[in-house]
Design a protein around this ligand. Structure first.
Ligand SMILES: NC(=O)c1ccc[n+]([C@@H]2O[C@H](COP(=O)([O-])OP(=O)(O)OC[C@H]3O[C@@H](n4cnc5c(N)ncnc54)[C@H](O)[C@@H]3O)[C@@H](O)[C@H]2O)c1
Length: 326
């Protein structure tokens, strides 16, 4: 599909990831980009920088109301199905979180089928692997959800349902569909809803207040941090490609310890504070362990995507944005 000249809807258009997808669609010459959001979690400020672009429309709408999807999807080429509740908000409000992630997603696919939308790119998560086994975790790895905390497990199940919907609507109704499994996404316009990225902003805030950043245990816990602009680029590449019915890891493939992350934050901010080692997980709690090895071989092979923004550069961008906000 051509991005230039195309018409696209982003559900959850006011999200961290949706706002960056919108930036890239506009940069690549999309004819129209409709940002659909009910502002349950995101705010219009996230996309305020796009308000002056006549090709971008911010529409208040709810994916739980299928009529609102029918209205907004008329004549649309592709949908980025990004609206959803992350583990934290889903744990705080299971009835609404499950409704949005499951019923809302069914509505999106049903409305796409009805409106003849050519392709859906669905925001999934590496949470679908649960606690991954040893070795590079490729897309056909089993879903080991038993060790997960209940909230993370519910969240992972909703993403598995979303992925199954991708395959069903692709196979049965010819709606092109790709699922992208992100690791820990961070970057400019960062919010406080992602359990792992929250750790980054909380520690940055501590450093700015002159308080010591905290490191859980010995700091050996690792995460795969992926910058939001790389995630957005994967979304647009998935939409542009002819690939359908597949799921792809969108990961850095690099396991970074939380100790290293805090050292980078201290270096970038020029702080001389000493990290404080605290017991327990301190909330850094998703897709975790002392090793992580997500494979990005499949997406590299099929879509030609690879990350371009390393952790230090990504943190510099996030911090520059936060400073600009202050
Ligand atoms: N951020 C991450 O680290 C991460 C990792 C893996 C997967 N994901 C997935 O990517 C997607 C986007 O993540 P994010 O961090 O940008 O999310 P976010 O929390 O910034 O945005 C979610 C958006 O969905 C909107 N929304 C919620 N319910 C809605 C409804 N009923 N109708 C319309 N809009 C609704 C919210 O208002 C919000 O703007 C989510 O589906 C998430 O599960 C995110």
């Amino acid at each position: 599909m051509n991005i230039g000249g195309g018409r696209f809807v982003i559900t959850g258009g006011a999200s961290l990831i949706g706002s960056h997808v919108a930036d890239q669609l506009v940069a690549q010459g999309a004819r129209e980009v409709i940002l659909l959001d009910n502002f349950a979690l995101g705010t219009p400020e996230t996309v305020a920088h796009l308000a002056k672009d006549a090709r971008v429309k911010l529409v208040r709408g709810d994916i739980l109301r299928i009529n609102e999807l029918y209205d907004v999807l008329a004549g649309v080429d592709g949908v980025f199905a990004i609206a959803g509740f992350l583990t934290l908000p889903l744990t705080q409000n299971p009835p609404l979180g499950l409704a949005v992630n499951v019923d809302g997603q069914v509505n999106v696919f049903e409305a796409c089928r009805y409106r003849g939308v050519k392709k859906v790119v669905f925001s999934s998560s590496v949470a679908v692997y649960g606690e991954p086994g040893p070795g590079p975790v490729a897309e056909d790895a089993p879903n080991n959800l038993a060790p997960f905390q209940p909230g993370a497990s519910l969240y992972a199940c909703t993403k598995l349902i979303g992925e199954a919907l991708c395959r069903l609507y692709h196979a049965k109704h010819g709606v092109g569909a790709v699922a992208l499994r992100y690791s820990t996404v961070y970057g400019e316009r960062q919010h406080y809803r992602g359990v792992n990225a929250l750790y980054i902003v909380e520690n940055y805030d501590r450093i700015m207040r002159g308080e010591r950043p905290t490191v859980p245990g010995d700091g050996s816990e690792v995460h795969d941090y992926i910058h939001v602009a790389d995630v957005a680029r994967a979304n647009v590449m998935a939409m542009a490609s002819d690939v359908s019915g597949e799921a792809f890891n969108v990961v850095s493939g690099v396991a970074s310890t939380v100790k290293h992350l805090v050292e980078l934050l201290l270096r970038i901010t020029g702080s001389k504070l000493e990290p404080e080692h605290v017991s327990g997980g301190a909330g850094v709690r998703s897709s975790t362990g002392s090793r992580l090895d997500f494979s990005r071989a499949k997406i590299e092979k099929h879509l030609g995507w690879r990350p371009e923004i390393g952790l230090e550069e990504g943190l510099r961008r996030l911090i520059a944005w936060r400073r600009h906000q202050a």
